[in-house]
Ligand binder design. Structure first.
Ligand code: ATP
Length: 307
């Protein structure tokens, strides 16, 4: 399930992990532990972070941003989620030189931090020759964050519990997306707080993902577009009201449907084809400086280079 290369002496090992969009995000009322119960369907899309690791006696993490993320605020020293991966897997006693090549928008609702955590789990497990079984890696991933198990498996998957209980979904479609990042970012806890304020009577059980699951069985973007659903979208729009006009504009430019990705503020537009996506991206270029093209589903965390 989690792809690894076998038997090579790793000097520098690079593992790639992808961003996600939520095709369905049903959110229930907060549980006693404070977490919101979710019924979600993730799809991994072709925006990637690459995590490279090399042997070192010291522990060090550096992040290199793609040019279009220039100026983005990064976690301070010791505060990267990858630092937690090092502590969990290496017990705080092993060193490594870690470089995160970041292309996934930060605080954008695309689970970039979770992707880095998943990639670091696979890379460090290999670098340190730990041979951790997949089930244990998935359990460690769930401790690191609700979206991290999905970042390990990739593809399209349903997430239950707080999103960490992932079950792969058969998905034979190819979907073309336009991704519109937003440099303002949104804090995921802040979006959930606003959701609680807007929907104090939210049902205990999250809205079922059944419509999206049925649409996926046809592999048809038009059907999937009609079924897309995000309970956090009103909260994200309440915090950043101009997102609504952006979603409308993308649909006016020809997208089948625009939605806020997860907790936002990135907006994603499902299109009929990659050609249609290019046209939508061109049209949105008039109102937003940065539009990206992506396809899904793509693989979860996997080794891409051993030097
Ligand atoms: P999600 O969709 O999982 O809620 P997100 O995509 O909105 O997350 P992330 O980019 O994962 O947001 O980052 C959330 C916060 O986590 C950031 O504000 C950042 O300070 C912190 N963080 C820690 N490590 C990382 C990392 N490697 N990459 C990005 N953010 C990180």
């Amino acid at each position: 399930m989690i792809r690894r290369l076998e038997d090579s002496e790793a000097g520098v090992l690079t593992v790639r992990a992808s961003a996600k969009v939520n095709l369905h995000l049903g959110v229930g009322a907060p549980r006693e532990d404070g977490f919101h119960p979710l019924d979600t369907v993730y799809q991994a899309v072709s925006l990637y972070d690459d995590v490279s690791v090399a042997e070192s006696s010291e522990w060090a993490v550096e992040t290199v941003l793609s040019p279009y993320l220039a100026g983005t605020a990064l976690p301070g020293p010791g505060e990267n989620i990858v630092d937690r991966v090092g502590e969990l897997l290496g017990g705080g006693e092993r060193g490594a030189s870690v470089r995160i090549g970041k292309s996934i928008p930060v605080a954008g609702g695309m689970a970039g931090g979770s992707a880095d955590a998943a990639a670091a789990l696979v890379a460090l497990d290999r670098l340190w020759d730990l041979g951790t079984p997949d089930e244990e890696l998935l359990a460690l991933a769930a401790r690191l964050g609700s979206d991290v198990p999905f970042a390990l498996i990739g593809g399209t998957a349903r997430g239950l519990g707080r999103g960490e209980q992932v079950v792969p979904v058969a998905d034979h479609g190819d979907y073309a997306w336009v991704v519109v990042p937003d440099p303002r970012g949104l804090s995921t806890p802040a979006v959930y707080r606003r959701y609680d304020e807007l929907f104090p009577d939210a049902p205990a059980e999250p809205a079922s993902a059944s419509r999206v699951l049925e649409a996926l069985s046809y592999g048809d973007p038009g059907r999937l577009a009609l079924a897309l659903h995000n309970d956090l979208e009103p909260a994200a729009i309440d915090l950043l009201p101009d997102l609504e006009a952006l979603l409308e504009r993308g649909e006016a430019e020809g997208a089948l449907r625009g939605i806020v990705s997860g907790s936002g503020p990135t907006c994603v537009f499902l299109c009929e084809s990659t050609e249609a996506a290019q046209a939508v991206a061109d049209g949105l270029g008039a109102v937003r400086p940065l539009t990206l093209l992506a396809v899904g589903p793509v693989a979860g965390a996997h080794v891409v280079e051993v030097l």
